[in-house]
Design a protein around this ligand. Structure first.
Ligand code: HEC
Ligand code: HEC
Length: 268
C-alpha cells in the first residue's frame, strides 16, 4: 500500500497533538492529586509514615494497637488492684484502670477528648503530643514510675506500644465530628468493604455478634453510633484476643468509609 507522505505527516502531527493533550491532562491530574494530598494534610502523611515501616515494625505496631486497647487481656496478665496513678476522683476500679485507653482515651486525647466528662473521666492528658516522636523516647515514658508497669510487661510489648504511639495513632477529630459523633465517609465503598470482610462474622446487619447482654444488647451499629472513637480503634487494630481482623493495611480514609457504613446499621 502506498502511503502519501502528507498523510503520514498529518498523522504524526495529530499524534503529537494528542501527546501534548495527554501531557496536559496528566499535569492537571497530578495537580489535583497534589492539591488533594495537601488538603488531606497530616492524614496523608500519616498513611505514608505507616507504609514506610518494615514488615517487622508494622507487625509490632499492629500488636501495639491491641495492647493499647487491653494489654492485660492480650498478654493474659492478672491484676486485681487499682493502678497507683489512677486518680481517686475516677469512677473505675481494678484491672480496667491499667488499660492505656482508660487513662488516655479511645481518641488518644484523654481529658481533652471524649473522656473530658462522664464515668471514664480521669483528668489525665492524652498521648497526641507523642505522635511522630521517637519510639525510644516513648518507651522511656512507659517505663517510668507513673506508669508502674515494670516487669508486668515484656520488652517486646513495650516496643510494640511505643511504635503504636509514635506511628499508629491518628487525630480522630479529623474524621469524627465531636458533637454529632458522625463520620463522613464514602458509604458505597464502605459497604463493599463491610460485606466482603466484616459481614462474615458480624452479619450483614451487624447483629450476629452481641457485645453485651440479651437484656441490653449492643451490636456493631449501636457501638459505631455510641462510641465511634472506640469503633475506629477496633476497625484499625482488631479486638484483643479475639479472631477479629484488622484493617490497618487500608488507608485511613477507607477505614473511615467502613465506620461510616457501620453507622447506618441497625442499633437494636
Ligand atoms: C492509671 C492511668 C494511666 C494508665 C493506665 C496509662 N497512663 Fe500514660 N500517663 C498517665 C499519666 C498520669 C501521665 C502523665 C500525664 C501528665 O504529664 O500530665 C501519662 C503520660 C503518658 C504519656 C506522655 C504524654 C505527654 O504528653 O506527656 C504517654 C505517651 C503515655 N502516658 C502512654 C501510655 C500508654 C501507651 C499506656 C498503656 C500501656 C498508658 N500510658 C497507660 C497515666 C496513665
Ligand atoms: C473473624 C471474625 C470477625 C471479623 C471478620 C470481624 N470481626 Fe469484629 N469482632 C469479632 C469478634 C469475635 C469480636 C468480639 C466480640 C466481643 O468482644 O463480644 C469483634 C468485635 C468488634 C468490635 C468491638 C465491639 C466491642 O464492643 O468491643 C467492633 C467495633 C468490630 N468488631 C467491628 C468490625 C468491623 C467493622 C469488621 C470489618 C472490618 C469486623 N469487625 C470484622 C469478630 C470479627
Amino acid at each position: 500500500m502506498k502511503i502519501n507522505q502528507h498523510e503520514t505527516d498529518r498523522a504524526n502531527l495529530n499524534k503529537g497533538g494528542l501527546q501534548m493533550r495527554k501531557v496536559r491532562v496528566f499535569s492537571f491530574v497530578m495537580f489535583v492529586l497534589l492539591l488533594t494530598c495537601a488538603m488531606a494534610g497530616f492524614s496523608f502523611a500519616h498513611d505514608i509514615e505507616l507504609n514506610q515501616l518494615s514488615e517487622e515494625q508494622f507487625r509490632l505496631l499492629l500488636w501495639g494497637g491491641l495492647l493499647y486497647d487491653n494489654w492485660l487481656k492480650e498478654l493474659g496478665v492478672k491484676i486485681e488492684d487499682t493502678h497507683p496513678s489512677y486518680p481517686s476522683e475516677g469512677k473505675k476500679k481494678g484491672k480496667d484502670t491499667w488499660r492505656c485507653k482508660e487513662c488516655h482515651g479511645w481518641d488518644y486525647k484523654g481529658k481533652d477528648g471524649d473522656y473530658s466528662k462522664g464515668s471514664h473521666y480521669t483528668g489525665i492528658k492524652g498521648i497526641r503530643d507523642f505522635a511522630h516522636k521517637s519510639p525510644e523516647e516513648i518507651m522511656a515514658i512507659l517505663k517510668n514510675d507513673i506508669h508502674a508497669f515494670g516487669k508486668k510487661m515484656p520488652e517486646e510489648a513495650y516496643k510494640a506500644i511505643s511504635l503504636f504511639v509514635a506511628y499508629g495513632q491518628i487525630d480522630m477529630d479529623e474524621y469524627i465530628e465531636r458533637s454529632t459523633k458522625k463520620v463522613k465517609g464514602d458509604l458505597s465503598y464502605g459497604a463493599r468493604i463491610y460485606v466482603s470482610t466484616c459481614a462474615k462474622c458480624h452479619g450483614t446487619d451487624g447483629k450476629r455478634i452481641n457485645f453485651k447482654t440479651t437484656e441490653k444488647p449492643e451490636y456493631l451499629g449501636t457501638l459505631c453510633n455510641k462510641n465511634p472513637w472506640e469503633a475506629l480503634h477496633k476497625i484499625r487494630f482488631g479486638q484483643p484476643s479475639e479472631e477479629m481482623i484488622s484493617l490497618l493495611f487500608l488507608d485511613t480514609r477507607e477505614q473511615i468509609d467502613v465506620l461510616s457504613y457501620c453507622q447506618t446499621l441497625p442499633i437494636k
